[in-house]
Design a protein around this ligand. Structure first.
Ligand code: HEM
Length: 411
């Protein structure tokens, strides 16, 4: 399944210090083995051009049934832990025509006007969080702002009944660990347990919502009917779970790590504070710089050759799992020039980052995430010009949805 060229470096995200600072690892791989076959039977692409091509190629799949080369140890752990009958089939893991059908149904709730209508509610929630911080003179940014904002917004959009937020947060945190390329048996078991429990809760919520329809996304999905095509109950549960988890586990990293980076780059925070016209570009640049989702995946349906214009062409066989390093692409000097590793809120073309992926699976929540981040980061920076990091921030230890778990600040 491999090419003949010997790799000179290995991608090892378990190396100590990786989550805190993965960037030098990417730089080394871009230079020495940009299309990299890892011992876990996965290819990794590290340059912007290769990743963009992979994500945009309609001849590739996202459906795991097409994988022919497996990491046997990983498969065995998943088969032992997850019930295949209950497997979640969200649009993120489905190809056309199922993907097209499900995405069209869900997209109806994410039109530009529907998202713009959320602005007052989002700003109100941000201001309430900032008021509480100001009254105290200090804050823990993740627990008080970066996490609750997207969590509450997606809960409200869906029309979830008041639920045990801590419990749900714990389940979704266990679930997203399965997006990491390397995972322990204990983590797989915790994810399967979380999926079962979340499934029971979501079934209860959906049943309750069927009896109590309202003006919300969950009701819209329940009632969705297009070309005579309803969502089956399992499809419905899978899309709701995807929206719920994708709706907050990613944006928390943009807001939390984004604020952290601005505190580490006070001259950039100052630019943003003084120039409201910078808001949109600043969020794109922070998306590029922190890359809240570090990898996206595709499965080859045919042999495909990358880097054939170089002296290191690599042919990836049909049926391989390929990971595009969005984070490495976002820091690739071949795309971004010599300042690729610098934060520059005025960067031209910052919006060409791959943080929301690309192609037919491009993030459905991109404009919602940007709206939340603009409100949270812009207002935080303007309200607290003297904010400073207090003590060491705590990283969440995740390889894919990398971000901070705790960020203490003085105001
Ligand atoms: C898909 C990133 C926020 C819903 C994706 C993908 C990425 C991504 C990389 C996969 C794209 C691909 O494979 O080509 C992010 C980031 C976010 C964010 C960085 C925040 C900063 C959100 C929010 C929601 C959301 C707030 C919903 C409320 C989705 C959905 C998909 C998706 C439904 C699947 C789309 C499909 O398969 O067609 N996102 N996301 N995301 N995201 Fe997001």
């Amino acid at each position: 399944m491999t090419d003949t060229a010997e790799p000179t470096v290995f991608f090892n995200p378990l190396e100590p210090g990786y989550t805190e600072n993965p960037w030098p690892h990417f730089a080394e791989l871009r230079e020495h083995d940009p299309a990299h076959l890892s011992p876990i039977e996965r290819w990794f692409l590290f340059t912007y051009d290769d990743c963009a091509r992979l994500l945009r190629d309609p001849a590739l799949s996202v459906d795991d049934v097409n994988i022919e080369f497996h990491d046997e140890a990983r498969v065995a752990m998943f088969e032992a832990a997850f019930d295949p009958e209950e497997a979640t089939r969200s649009m993120l893991g489905l190809d056309a025509p199922d993907h097209t059908r499900l995405r069209r149904l869900v997209s109806k709730a994410f039109t530009p006007s529907a998202i713009a209508a959320l602005r007052p509610m989002i700003e109100e929630r941000v201001d309430a969080a900032l008021d509480a911080m100001e009254a105290r003179g200090s804050a823990e940014v993740i627990g008080e702002l970066a996490f609750p904002l997207p969590f509450d917004v997606i809960s409200e959009m869906l029309g979830m009944p008041e639920a045990d937020a801590d419990q749900i947060a714990q389940w979704s945190s266990a679930l997203v660990k399965t997006l990491d390329p390397i995972i322990s048996e204990e983590e797989v078991n915790a994810a399967a347990d979380a999926e079962r429990k979340m499934g029971v809760l979501l079934d209860e919520v959906i049943a309750w919502k069927r009896a109590n329809p309202a003006d919300d996304l969950l009701t819209a999905l329940i009632q969705a009917e297009e070309d005579g095509d309803r969502l089956t109950s399992r499809e419905l549960r899978a899309q709701v779970q995807l929206l719920f988890v994708a709706g907050h586990e990613t944006t928390v990293n943009l807001i939390g790590t984004g604020i952290y980076e601005l505190l580490r780059h006070p001259e950039q925070a100052e630019l943003l504070r003084n120039d409201p016209t910078l808001d949109a570009n600043a969020i794109d640049e922070l998306l590029r710089f922190v890359s809240p989702v570090q990898f996206s995946r595709r499965i080859t349906l045919d042999d495909i050759t990358f880097r054939d214009d170089t002296d290191q062409p690599k042919t990836i066989k049909k049926g391989m799992f390929v990971m595009a390093s969005l984070a490495s692409s976002n820091h690739d000097p071949a795309k971004w020039g010599p300042t690729a590793e610098e934060l520059d809120l005025r960067r031209e073309g910052a919006g060409q980052h791959l943080s929301f992926g690309s192609g037919s699976h491009y993030c459905l929540g991109a404009s919602l995430a940007k709206l939340e981040a603009q409100a949270a980061i812009g207002r935080f920076v303007r309200r607290f010009p003297n904010a400073a990091v207090a003590g060491e921030p705590v990283w969440n230890g995740r390889i894919n949805l990398r971000g901070l778990e705790r960020l203490d600040v003085t105001l």
